[in-house]
Design a protein around this ligand. Structure first.
Ligand code: GN1
Ligand code: MG
Length: 355
């Protein structure tokens, strides 16, 4: 398979080492490298991304826009094949090849505030650089991806169809998820009031999706652009809260290790808002703290729904993994809510010189 795919790019697989790369739950990723050159090869999960062509379409439009408006901005778009395509179809699967950014590295977890700051700055910068781009031109690569009311509906549906033993094992998680339904009610109100603007949003802002300079640790760019599509800033900020505040991630089963670190919250706020505070409306600013609740809750719902559905969406390596992930996210949510007063104080202490 590797040879056939690399052929399309004019590369000889015999000259490269190919090894699994990264830790994504959806696509398959490999690093293709030798002493001189390095690439990242990815197979798109077409059960999730039903029209891979839409991803290529979006990235091409964004690349053209940035080539004109910000040629120095590092935008890691797929490499063209020898025929000038951005996507390769092979035996029903779809592949892309990316350049591996020299002198870069990525992290699997946030240990220091500066890491959160640089990452948040890169995600803020990404949306800011594309502020003048007509977001309506982008296709939703996964429809209703962060539509919280729809995720609630899918959860309710799963409750009706789940196997009895799964319902039993998930009883406490279900109770907690129902208890927090007000977060979805808030979302409905916020969107109905028209307080959120559609922007170019990344939708997967985990720390491993930012490349940092190997030498200085400064942010270089964001990667993993499959879910770049129209959306609300609360998705990107919320996913940073979800994945940076605790050093232990969603796989952690010892919930004592799940924490929310207020200094990391401040770093996310500072990094993101330094780029975005002139762009976000006052109504959007006020949703900064809400964004964490929104994303953590939605992820808890999604893991729990997948457990109830018999683990059909997320890759798993042991039987109750999706339930454990849901319990982790519920715990994180409860800790997040308890820390809200501290978050609000932290925001007040940061001076962004709004203007
Ligand atoms: C999936 O594959 P990965 O790890 O980039 C998921 C995200 C979830 C995340 C949870 C397309 O992302 O929405 O937040 O798992 N992506 C998709 O780890 O569903
Ligand atoms: Mg991803």
């Amino acid at each position: 398979m590797f040879q056939k795919v690399l052929d399309v790019y004019g590369l000889d697989s015999k000259e490269f080492t190919v090894e699994p790369f990264g830790s994504g739950l959806i696509n398959h990723t490999w690093k293709v490298s030798n002493a001189e050159k390095a690439y990242v090869l990815q197979r798109i999960n077409i059960n999730v991304f039903k029209s891979p062509g839409d991803i290529a379409h979006n990235l091409l439009l964004l690349k053209r826009h940035l080539d004109l408006t910000a040629p120095k901005y590092l935008f890691v778009a797929p490499i063209d094949t020898v025929n000038g395509d951005q996507l390769v179809e092979l035996e029903g699967d779809f592949y892309r090849l990316f350049p591996f950014v020299k002198g870069s590295h990525s992290l699997d977890s946030v240990t220091k505030s500066e890491e959160a700051y640089h990452a948040a700055k890169q995600f803020g910068k990404f949306t800011r650089m594309l502020d003048a781009f007509d977001v309506k031109k982008l296709k939703p690569t996964i429809s209703d991806f962060h539509n919280l009311p729809l995720r609630v509906e899918q959860f309710k549906q799963a409750l009706k169809t789940a196997a009895d033993d799964r319902l039993k094992r998930a009883a406490w998680a279900i109770e907690e998820t129902v208890r927090h339904l007000d977060i979805a009610v808030d979302y409905q109100r916020i969107t109905e009031e028209g307080n959120l603007t559609n922007r170019v949003i990344h939708h997967d802002t985990k720390i491993s999706n930012v490349l940092l300079s190997e030498g200085t640790g400064v942010g270089l760019c964001v990667i993993d652009l499959d879910t770049v599509m129209p959306g609300y800033f609360i998705s990107d900020v919320g996913d940073m809260m979800r994945t940076y505040l605790s050093e232990a991630n969603e796989e952690e089963t010892n919930l004592n290790r799940v924490q929310v670190r207020v200094e990391i919250f401040s770093a996310i706020y500072k990094g993101y808002m330094e780029e975005m505070h002139r762009i976000l409306s006052v109504a959007e600013d006020k949703l900064f703290v809400y964004s964490g609740k929104f994303m953590i809750y939605m992820q808890a719902l999604r893991f729990l729904t997948d457990f109830l559905n018999g683990d059909v969406y997320y890759k798993t390596t042991y039987p109750e993994q999706n339930l454990k992930r849901a319990l982790n996210q519920i715990d994180l949510l409860n800790k997040y809510i308890a820390a809200e007063p501290e978050f609000n104080e932290a925001i007040k202490a940061i001076d962004l010189k709004k203007g």
